[in-house]
Design a protein around this ligand. Structure first.
Ligand code: CP
Length: 315
C-alpha cells in the first residue's frame, strides 16, 4: 500500500479522515509547484496514465491532464465519441485493450454509476473516478474541501450548505461523505423532488427554505440544474426555480455577513446563480478550479508515486 489506505480513488464513502487530510496537505505542497516559473516536477516520470472520458468534461479532463503533465507522467487521452465504441466494441474490450498498452493509472469519467468499480474488475491499474453518473465525483469533493480549508483554515464545525439539484448530483454525494468525515456540518437545500429519499440518514439536515440556509451557512456550494439527467417535468419553469432557489445578490444582501460562494461548474448563469454573484469577491469558483489541479496532483502522486520521491520534493 502507498501513502493512502486504498489502491484506487473511486469514492469518498469509504475514504478515511486521514486520507482526506493527507490529500489536502499534499495539495498545498503541489499548489506551490504551480506558482514556480517551471511548473513541473519529476515525481511520476516513467508512469503511464490513460484519461478515459465517456462523458463530456472541461474542468476535470483538462485539470487531470495538466496535473499528470506537471508530475511528468506520460499521458494518453481517450474520448468515447471518436473511439471504436462507435463500431460496436464493448466497454470491457475497450478498457482491456487500453490497459494492454502498459498503463499504470486510469482516470475515468462515465455516465453509469458504479462503472469505476466495474473497471477495477477488468484491469489491475490504479483507478481514479472522475465522475460516475449520479454516484460520486470524489476529486471534485477533494478540491471543494481543499478550497474551504484554504479559505477558513479548518473543516471541522464549518457550516456548509449544498443547494440545488441534489438528486442528480455526484458532487453532492461525495461532498457529503467527505465533509461529514472531516467534522463539518452539512445542510442540503432544494426542491423536495430534487432531494433523494432518506438522504438525512447520511447525517445531513434537509430543507427547502433557502433564506434559512443562507442565515446559517459559512459557505454555500451551488449545484447546476442537470437538465440532461432529468425526465420531463422535474423543473416546470426555470424562472420559478430561480425565484425559489437562485443565488442572487438581492438574496445575499439580506444577510448581514458575507458567506463564501462555490460552484463546481459548469454554471447555468441566471438559473441557479446570477453572474454578478459568480463574479463577486465572495465567490471562490476560479480558486476551486486552480485547487483542482493541485489536489489532482496530490491524488495522482499519492496513488502512483512513492514516498522517497515525495521527501525529495519537500526539500
Ligand atoms: N466540475 C466538473 O466536473 O466540471 P466538468 O464536467 O467540466 O469536468
Amino acid at each position: 500500500m502507498g501513502i493512502l489506505s486504498t489502491k484506487h480513488f473511486i469514492g469518498l464513502e469509504k475514504a478515511t479522515k486521514q486520507d482526506i487530510q493527507t490529500l489536502i496537505d499534499y495539495g498545498y505542497m503541489f499548489k506551490e509547484v504551480l506558482d514556480r516559473p517551471i511548473k513541473k516536477v519529476p515525481s511520476l516520470n516513467g508512469i503511464n496514465i490513460a484519461n478515459l472520458f465517456f462523458e463530456n468534461s472541461t474542468r476535470t479532463k483538462l485539470s487531470f491532464e495538466l496535473a499528470e503533465k506537471r508530475l511528468s507522467a506520460d499521458v494518453i487521452n481517450f474520448s468515447a465519441s471518436s473511439s471504436s465504441l462507435n463500431k460496436g466494441e464493448t466497454f470491457k474490450d475497450t478498457v482491456q485493450n487500453i490497459h494492454a498498452m502498459k498503463i499504470d493509472g486510469i482516470v475515468m469519467r462515465h455516465p453509469t454509476p458504479g462503472s469505476c468499480k466495474q473497471l477495477s474488475q477488468y484491469v489491475d491499474s490504479v483507478i481514479i473516478n472522475a465522475g460516475d453518473g449520479t454516484h460520486e465525483h470524489p476529486t471534485q469533493a477533494m478540491l471543494d474541501m481543499m478550497s474551504l480549508h484554504e479559505k477558513f483554515g479548518k473543516l471541522k464545525d464549518l457550516k456548509v450548505a449544498i443547494i440545488g439539484d441534489i438528486l442528480h448530483s455526484r458532487v453532492a454525494l461525495s461532498n457529503i461523505y467527505g465533509l461529514n468525515k472531516m467534522g463539518a456540518k452539512v445542510m442540503l437545500c432544494g426542491p423536495p423532488h430534487l432531494i433523494p429519499p432518506c438522504i438525512e440518514d447520511l447525517g445531513v439536515v434537509v430543507t427547502s427554505n433557502l433564506d434559512q440556509v443562507l442565515d446559517w451557512a459559512d459557505a454555500i456550494n451551488v449545484l447546476r440544474i442537470q437538465r440532461e439527467r432529468m425526465g420531463i417535468g422535474l423543473i416546470p419553469s426555470v424562472r420559478e426555480y430561480r425565484d425559489f432557489f437562485g443565488i442572487t445578490n438581492e438574496r445575499l444582501s439580506k444577510i448581514k455577513r458575507e458567506i463564501v460562494v462555490m460552484h463546481p461548474g459548469p454554471m447555468n448563469r441566471g438559473v441557479e446563480i446570477d453572474s454578478d454573484v459568480a463574479e463577486s469577491d465572495q465567490a471562490i469558483i476560479l480558486d476551486q478550479v486552480l485547487n483542482g489541479v493541485a489536489v489532482r496532483m496530490s491524488i495522482l502522486y499519492s496513488l502512483l508515486g512513492n514516498e522517497k520521491e515525495l521527501k525529495n520534493e519537500k526539500k
